[in-house]
Write a protein that binds this ligand. Sequence first.
Ligand SMILES: [Zn+2]
Length: 414
Amino acid sequence: MGSPEPEYDRQVLEGAGSILSLIARGNGSSRAELLLESGLSRATVTHRLNALIACGLVRETEQTLPSGGRPTRILALNAAGGFLLVANVGETHIHLAAMDLSPAILAQTTLSFSVMSGPEDTLARISDAAAALAAQVQKTHGFLIGIGISLPTPVDFKRGCVVGPSVLSGWDEFDVIGFMQARFAVPVYVENDVNLMTVCEHKRRFPAVEDMLFVKVGTGIGSGMIAGGRVFRGAQGAAGDIGHIQFLSDDAPLCRCGKFGCVEARAAGWAIARDLSQRGFHAETARDVIDLVEQHKPEALMLLRASGRTIGEVISDVVSIINPSLIVIGGTLARGGDILLSGIRELVYQRCLPLATRDLSIVLTTVHDDSALFGAAYLLLDDVFGPAKIDQLLERYCASAVALRQAAQQLAES
Ligand SMILES: [Zn+2]
């Protein structure tokens, strides 16, 4: 005997959005918590919850909460209730994945990429590869929830386009969301990679922290901010671009942005590599710098320490403005550990007021290759399952399930 036909009718799910949103965001892990958080009657919560379980979006897990009395079953999104397509555009390749609602990778692929490729060609290749991934997982995960794209450049998040000077040639002002939605009629999110690494770090390691600064120190320098538990982007999505804050002095070095004295030109991986090359070492990237640090070359150690102090100088200004409780340092140069961190700490504690640093932690992290990819998944899930969008999601879910069922029926009848 097969499993009973899932119930997808929109009527049955009427009003279930708020319950689904609470569960998806971790604020409704048990029936008791749902009652408390939703303010609805027990009968209504039970009715709507049963509808969500029947249609396959929510499941009751076998784990139990230590709730004091009887064990309580834990409610969670059904990881297999749908899938996401996410892409991380790097400077030399594009990493694409189909993920379930955990999020966990179901299928993935990598495309070669050049920053000289224009947006149309690149997004067409991403679309083709994404469609192929979707075809692999559709049978088991059915419904495409949305698409998330990470770009290595400033992005206007609201408009979904690249803004300002960028490493991506010809992408300025291109409507990425419009292009992708013409092919996939689902919500599409486009965001800067450092903001997405910030989201990933926040979600995975520090979900309880409300105000956090993440600084990526690699070949370049960038940062992302969480303020009040949410990404702080600024008016054009350019917030956190600390790499090009200038410190003027007589010997201000030329930056790759064309200005003099930027933080990057003094402290980024490429600037340390430049200084090491002038001293006769072979170094081009942040990785080369760290290799020399790991070989205990005194010049490399000295330059990385100085880099930490320069970064500490700019971070101390940011601390005075946004007053975070946590600063997370990641990127290739973070592999230098205390050599980099001690300089940052020294300057932050020296320059900030005691009130701002009393409860401030500064820690190192290992940024994984897929941090931005997972950040895109977390950002997407948070938004589509948020209270403002949840009804649209249920609407699409039911329509797609009904369409799938009709198609299957037609196939069976023919
Ligand atoms: Zn610059």
